[in-house]
Design a protein around this ligand. Structure first.
Ligand code: NA7
Length: 534
């Protein structure tokens, strides 16, 4: 990419119009910066724009999965259920865009393909797929952690003649499975949400499972207006409690250890948390993420729940996970295990016998063809680095991010990258991001970045770059805290092991939201320690 004479110059360009990009734009404008958002989709909402599959909903409770930066906004919006559905969250994103008049500074259908930093001007040149170019002093990547779908290359490739769907790129028109034989590949969060709904509609549903997952009931229900009113009357308290939790979510972590209590108490705690539903189960005992023997008691409990629901013992055994509880992200479901009691649902174990091929008529496993009218690929994402690495980002002298990250992502605080000046990542690898409620993590990053730009402007500075030594120390610290947990013991998208050839690095920062926020505040207080400002 050569330097042209851009007619489009901005203080900052933000890539992505999901919750991160929307708030970044609003914040930058409020601070008096000229900002533009470039977005590949035709609308706002990011994850919630693309993931329209049946049953898609957030696994963080709706009263918490919302912005808190504007008191009036959080008072005026009314959620209808304990866990919001994708259409309702998308309406919320639309509402925010309208309310703050954001769309006039968003260029939709603009997929960014390249960005290059020029040392002489200390500015970024950003290029879109259609050749348009934009010039900005600062580049903020609000590209999302789970935005690049994983589409495994199954033998047979395009052979299948029926309908194909990808959960992360669901069509915008209604999809009907009525009267159809449907296959779904994958049993992660997306599939676990979609399976009960597809099974209720389709003639036959065949679930191709490679690794069974732990899932806890959502106990979703219409939101009690009284309860919502009570939260709104004192929203700050809920938000504060959530910020003190390592996941940035308002649930308590029982300080007791699973193996220090009697088996009766252990059972009682597990039953109580199971009845509460959702991520409350993460907090049953403080040692579950750290001690394998303790963790096994949680595993046993969930397996016993599966056996109690699923009538066919062989199916129940196949659905029962054997890996560490909480290693893969815990799923939150509505009637998932029960679905396997339906006569029109079949479970196919593709762990020992992988999918051999997609055929013209369906999917072949172990020499047997499963005839299908439609296949749903619920095969996950190239998480955390996928969206960034897909863009040809190059720093001064042309060093490319994709090469710099060949052995895995390296960042300072998940905010800056050594060798890539004036580039910020919102909830980038090395920050708590996907281990937290994304909304408060996004807000914390947006405010940190905006404050940083104000700091630079006030001092007449034009360039900021993470120092290699500070980045090395942060990466080493991230690896150390990750190694102390059991979270690296299974294959997961946190580690990159779901993508063939991806380097195995535990990507999010696992030290907890409060510790991380404190570290970011200390960096600011010390005059941006670990960043070089010029
Ligand atoms: P996930 O959680 O990554 O799930 C993807 C699923 O697809 C998982 O069960 C995979 O099995 C399966 N998969 C992937 N590739 C294959 C192949 N080649 N063959 C068979 N099965 C395969 O993605 P989701 O979209 O469900 O959820 C992502 C996050 O979004 C979720 O954690 C929430 O944060 C929201 P595997 O486990 O790799 O054996």
């Amino acid at each position: 990419m050569s330097v042209l004479h851009p007619s489009t110059q901005f203080d900052a360009i933000v890539v992505g119009a999901g919750f991160a990009g929307l708030y970044m734009l609003h914040r930058l404008r409020t601070m008096g910066f000229r900002a533009l958002v470039l977005e590949a989709g035709e609308g706002v909402g990011g994850t919630w724009y693309w993931n329209r599959y049946p049953g898609a909903r957030c696994d963080v409770e709706s009263m918490e999965y919302s912005y808190q930066f504007d008191a009036a906004l959080q008072q005026e919006w009314n959620w209808s259920e304990r866990y919001a559905t994708q259409p309702e969250i998308l309406r919320y994103a639309e509402h925010v865009a309208e309310r703050f008049d954001l769309k006039r500074d968003i260029r939709f259908e603009t997929r960014v393909t390249a960005a290059r930093f020029y040392e002489d001007t200390a500015r970024w040149m950003i290029e879109a797929e259609d050749g348009r170019r934009f010039d900005a002093g600062f580049l903020v990547m609000a590209t999302g952690c789970l935005s690049t779908s994983n589409t495994p290359a199954f033998p047979g490739g395009d052979a299948f003649s029926g309908e194909r769907y990808l959960t992360g790129r669901w069509p915008h028109h209604p999809v009907s499975f009525k009267g159809k034989r449907v296959g779904i590949i994958g049993t992660g969060s997306s599939a676990i949400q979609a399976i009960p709904l597809i099974a209720a509609e389709a003639t036959q549903l065949t679930v191709f499972q490679r690794t069974p997952n732990y899932s806890v009931p959502a106990h979703n229900a219409p939101l009690d207006p009284e309860a919502a009113r009570a939260i709104k009357a004192d929203y700050a308290t809920l938000r504060r409690r959530a910020r003190q939790n390592r996941a940035g979510i308002d649930f308590t972590i029982n300080p007791k250890k699973a193996l220090e209590v009697t088996s009766e108490e252990r059972q009682r705690v597990y039953e109580e948390r199971w009845a509460m539903g959702g991520f409350h189960f993460y907090g049953c005992f403080s040692d579950l993420p750290l001690d394998l023997a303790a963790n096994e008691t949680a595993q046993d409990f969930i397996r016993s729940k599966i056996r109690a629901v699923v009538r066919d013992p062989k199916t129940a055994a196949t659905l029962s996970p054997a890996n560490v509880f909480g290693c893969k992200r815990l799923c939150v479901d509505s009637g998932y295990w029960e679905t396997f009691n339906r006569p029109n649902v079949t479970l196919v174990d593709v762990a020992s016998e992988p999918i051999e091929a997609l055929t013209q008529a369906g999917v072949r496993v172990g020499g047997r063809e499963h005839a299908l009218d439609a296949i749903v690929f619920a095969t996950g994402f190239d998480a955390m680095t996928g969206a960034l690495n897909r863009i040809d980002i190059s720093g001064p002298g042309g060093a490319r991010l994709v090469d710099t990250w060949r052995d895995g992502p390296r960042t300072y605080l998940g905010l800056g990258i050594a060798g890539f000046p004036n580039l910020f990542t919102i909830t980038g690898p090395g920050s708590p991001s996907v281990l937290t409620n994304m909304l408060p993590s996004i807000e914390q990053h947006v405010e940190w970045i905006a404050d940083c730009l104000v700091h630079l402007r006030a001092r007449g500075l034009r360039r900021i770059e993470a120092e290699p030594a500070a980045q090395d120390a942060w990466v080493a610290h991230g690896a150390e805290v990750a190694d102390a947990t059991l979270r690296g013991t299974c294959s997961s998208w946190y580690l990159g092991s779901n993508i063939p050839g991806k380097p195995l690095v535990f990507m999010p920062y696992i030290g907890g939201f409060p510790a991380y926020v404190q570290k970011c505040a200390e960096v600011v207080a010390s005059g941006y320690d670990g960043f070089r400002l010029s």
